[in-house]
Design a binder for this molecule. Structure first.
Ligand code: GDG
Length: 509
């Protein structure tokens, strides 16, 4: 049985479990099913890259990591990943930094990842690459001759073509997507955005899930990510959760708790949310003493300028709200710039009558799903969810809002606080059903099954004619590979993963 090899920028350290973020928790759950390897950056920095690999085990997973050098950290991580692609993919071209050295650092690190990973791969491994840090990794692996299955999943949104084309290297980045057998997105809307680029800008073709451009083809499909629902339900009933619930309940006696939990990131819509809460207080002065809004906002990416500015902006707004509405014995909101353990978060979610999840743009948003999973079945809270979170495609029983409109947010908070128990239970049951049905295991199983099939389409048997073995072979000839280009020849030697030099010319050399 082949291994599932997951590649992501960061790899969780064994001791991280309690505080790990969504992606790390999701990947750990995804890797539990069978023989698996997890490959990525250790989180350590060195002055000069050595290529040395470190290994350890988490549960039954072989974890292999490498260190980044300081220049990689600045150009690849803080630079291209988080100051170029992250803002662009979240539709913030105003914040996107297109400094050329960032792209060079990004290409260098992806090459190094590929060079370190390729020798570790076995022919029957399924390689699953994650997120915007590593888009070119598949193409680098192909350049090195890896012919096995490689799939890619994007955790963040894919931007509209008009935005994506502001990236100077847009064609090269899109080309890299075609080195994968399967590309997965969070939502159908993201698949469409990618396909729009392919058809309009790259003069490619779309036939259902099959996309053809740059002389190659790939399958594109939505795989909405979920949480580990049974684990989160258990967490919500744990001692640590109960203690957090007690603390919140004591703090919020006679008050309804409103909660938000987000990394301090401009995609999460925090200033807009605070303005919505402020508007709610203005519109309902009688409610000032009856609510407590707790915003948990741990810092992230502090090396990137936009994040420092955001932190200052959010703290200033929270200060203004309290300065305006607090009294000597009462403050309407708390903004906590620190990290809590997952079990504590579960208790906090459970204590909250309203969960505020109002990003301006979000691939999925796992907090929305965690909030639902943590609720008390007899007295559940209300989820207020931005229409711009990927989760809104599935969680239609939430109160769906436009986070840009402070008045709309204020009205939604008011309506959520007044919602009768029957209505809350009705909405919550449907939401929970969805969270349990589409959990992280289903996400993993669906992706792995689709990757296995996609790979078979691409031709394992060397005897069969090359063109018939490639996805896209069933498209009309003139549309399957456009602009025209030769499909890669298939490996004859199935005994080794490193066999198809033809892939090399697909890379930039
Ligand atoms: C990316 C995409 C997509 C937050 N504060 C604490 C804490 N968290 C945890 C939450 C949740 C996770 O971090 C955040 O997940 P999100 O999905 O909301 O957002 P991103 O980090 O931006 O994740 C996103 C996701 O990838 C998965 O595909 O949904 O759209 O942007 O799990 O609970 N965890 C702990 N302490 C905190 O204070 N332990």
């Amino acid at each position: 049985m082949g291994r599932l090899v997951v590649v992501s920028n960061r790899v969780a350290a064994a001791e991280d479990a309690a505080r790990a973020g969504g992606l790390s928790v999701a990947l750990r759950a995804a890797l539990k099913a069978g023989p698996a390897m997890w490959f990525g950056w250790s989180g350590e920095r060195v002055t000069e890259y050595s290529g040395a690999l470190k290994t350890h085990r988490i549960d039954d997973i072989d974890v292999v990591t490498l260190d980044l050098e300081d220049a990689d950290f600045e150009e690849y991580y803080n630079g291209y990943a988080n100051a170029t692609l992250w803002p662009l993919f979240h539709s913030r071209t105003d914040l996107a930094d297109y400094t050329r050295s960032f792209e060079q650092g990004y290409a260098r690190v992806n090459r190094r990842f590929a060079e370190a990973l390729a020798p570790l791969l076995r022919p029957d491994d399924l390689v699953w690459v994650h997120d915007y840090h590593l888009i070119p990794l598949g193409r680098e692996l192909r350049r090195l001759g890896v012919v096995g299955s490689i799939g890619f999943f994007l955790h963040i949104p894919w931007p509209a073509p008009q935005l994506f084309t502001t990236l100077p290297q847009h064609a090269d980045l899109a080309d890299a997507m075609f080195a994968y057998d399967l590309v997965g997105f969070q939502t159908a809307a993201c698949v469409d955005a990618f396909a729009d680029y392919v058809t309009r800008e790259a003069r490619g073709r779309r036939e259902g899930e099959l996309l053809a451009a740059f002389g190659r083809s790939t399958l594109a499909r939505a795989f909405p990510i979920g949480i580990d629902a049974p684990q989160f339900l258990r967490l919500a009933r744990s001692k640590a959760a109960e203690r957090a619930w007690d603390r919140m309940a004591a703090h919020g006696v006679f008050r309804s708790l409103i909660v938000g939990v987000d990394r301090l990131d401009y995609s999460k819509g925090l200033p807009e949310r605070l303005l919505g809460f402020e508007q709610f207080l203005k519109a309902h002065p009688d409610m000032v003493r009856k609510v407590l809004y707790l915003q948990i906002a741990p810092s992230s990416r502090e090396g990137v300028e936009a994040y420092q500015a955001l932190r200052a902006q959010v703290l200033a707004l929270a200060g203004r709200i309290n300065a305006t509405w607090a009294e000597m014995d009462h403050a309407p909101m708390l903004c906590v710039n620190r990290n809590y353990e997952r079990a504590e978060l579960a208790g906090i979610y459970r204590a909250a009558r309203v969960g505020l999840v109002t990003p301006l743009r979000d691939g999925m948003n796992l907090v929305a799903k965690e909030y639902v999973a943590a609720q008390d079945p007899d007295d559940p809270g209300v989820l207020i969810l931005s229409r711009f979170a990927g989760a809104a495609e599935q969680m239609t029983d939430a109160m769906i809002v436009n986070p840009y409109c402070a008045e709309e947010l204020a009205e939604a908070i008011g309506a959520a606080l007044e919602m009768p128990r029957r209505e809350r239970v009705r909405r919550w049951m449907r939401l929970l059903e969805g969270v349990e049905r589409c959990d992280v295991r289903g996400w993993r199983d669906d992706f792995v099954a689709a990757l296995t099939v996609a790979r078979r389409r691409r031709a394992p048997e060397a005897e069969r004619p090359v063109r018939a073995e490639l996805p896209g072979a069933d498209l009309p000839k003139e549309t399957a590979f456009s602009p025209p280009g030769d499909p890669p020849k298939l490996a004859r030697d199935r005994g080794s993963a490193i066999v198809a030099p033809e892939w090399r010319r697909l890379g930039r050399g």
